[in-house]
Unconditional design. Structure first.
Length: 318
């Protein structure tokens, strides 16, 4: 293995943790009370929905596709939960997860059988989900009227000062990492991302694996939607959770996921999500002008992706 290849592997393995630690260190030096004043808890709360959507996104990116609709699907889950928690109680989260997973499966089936590029397909699904959210809510805010305790514990229960939902998301990231690394189906997803034709010729069930990837994307988006309703207790088509698409893709990329497919480490996506969540929180804590925070956000993301992305597969980046 050449020195450049070893450096690239080390950057993929340690880059996301290093850039998160570096940014956290900068914020802690600028605002010493940040770490002891509830800052980590705020970061974890902000990062959890981003992380869950990003975990689903990284699986789809693993096969060389992209899901532009999963954040909107997560928001639809939030709205569905707000409508059903009262009458259904503990059954509501299960129903919501089943519905959004089925939406992911439909996306996968359409991709496999129509051969529409995933960007165009999920862009269309994004529009459908946004319209569905408007229709279901009547363009109003939907409040959870009863049984809020079914999901409220996700962020009211603290473990080592961090919300329970964050620890659950972390365990799911570990489980997804193990699935992708140690199972035949997980390795098949990577094979599709590297070379779909070769994967098919080697006997991989390419169609089923693609459907699985989009099903997981829908499922993780649904979990993010449940986290949002736990935080807010209400849902609307433009409310909390409606802006998770760009941060979740950024978290996956900062976590070293290759947008060309074949490279994905859910453990690093955890640090990617925390990094993305820390940028606006840290900027506000330091005192960056609100009008300039978007500039800071964009510049820091570009630097972070450049520092963590893999260049081993392609010499040419498009």
């Amino acid at each position: 293995m050449t020195r450049d290849a070893r450096f690239d592997l080390a950057r993929q393995a340690l880059g996301p943790l290093a850039i998160f630690a570096a940014l956290l260190g900068i914020v802690a030096l600028a605002v010493p009370e940040f770490l002891g004043g509830g800052g980590p808890s705020i970061i974890a709360q902000q990062a959890t929905p981003i992380l869950l959507v990003a975990l689903g996104q990284c699986v789809v990116l693993q096969i060389g596709s992209i899901d532009l609709s999963n954040a909107a699907t997560g928001l639809f889950c939030t709205i569905l939960a707000a409508l059903t928690l009262g009458p259904l109680g503990v059954a509501a989260p299960v129903l919501c997860l089943v519905v959004v997973t089925l939406i992911g499966i439909v996306n996968g089936l359409l991709l496999v059988h129509t051969q529409i590029p995933s960007f165009a397909l999920t862009l269309g699904t994004l529009g459908v989900m946004q319209a569905a959210a408007l229709v279901v809510t009547g363009s109003n805010v939907v409040y959870v009227m009863d049984n809020m305790d079914v999901v409220a514990w996700l962020f009211t229960v603290q473990v080592l000062t961090l919300p329970a939902a964050f620890w659950i998301a972390l365990q799911l990231a570990v489980a997804l990492w193990a699935f992708l690394r140690f199972t035949a189906w997980g390795q098949g997803l990577a094979a599709i991302g590297f070379n779909e034709r070769a994967a098919a010729l080697s006997g991989q069930p390419v169609a089923a694996l693609k459907v699985l990837a989009f099903a997981l994307s829908g499922f993780f988006a649904g979990l993010a939607g449940l986290c949002v309703i736990s935080i807010s207790g209400a849902a609307s088509s433009i409310g909390l959770g409606s802006d998770l698409l760009v941060p979740s893709i950024a978290a996956a990329l900062v976590g070293g996921t290759a947008i060309t497919g074949g490279v994905c480490n859910p453990l690093n996506v955890v640090f990617g999500a925390m990094f993305v969540a820390l940028i606006p929180v840290g900027s506000a804590a330091i005192g960056v002008n609100p009008q300039a925070q978007s500039i800071v956000y964009g510049v820091v993301l570009i630097v972070a992706v450049a520092a963590t992305m893999s260049r081993a597969r392609n010499a040419i980046v498009k």
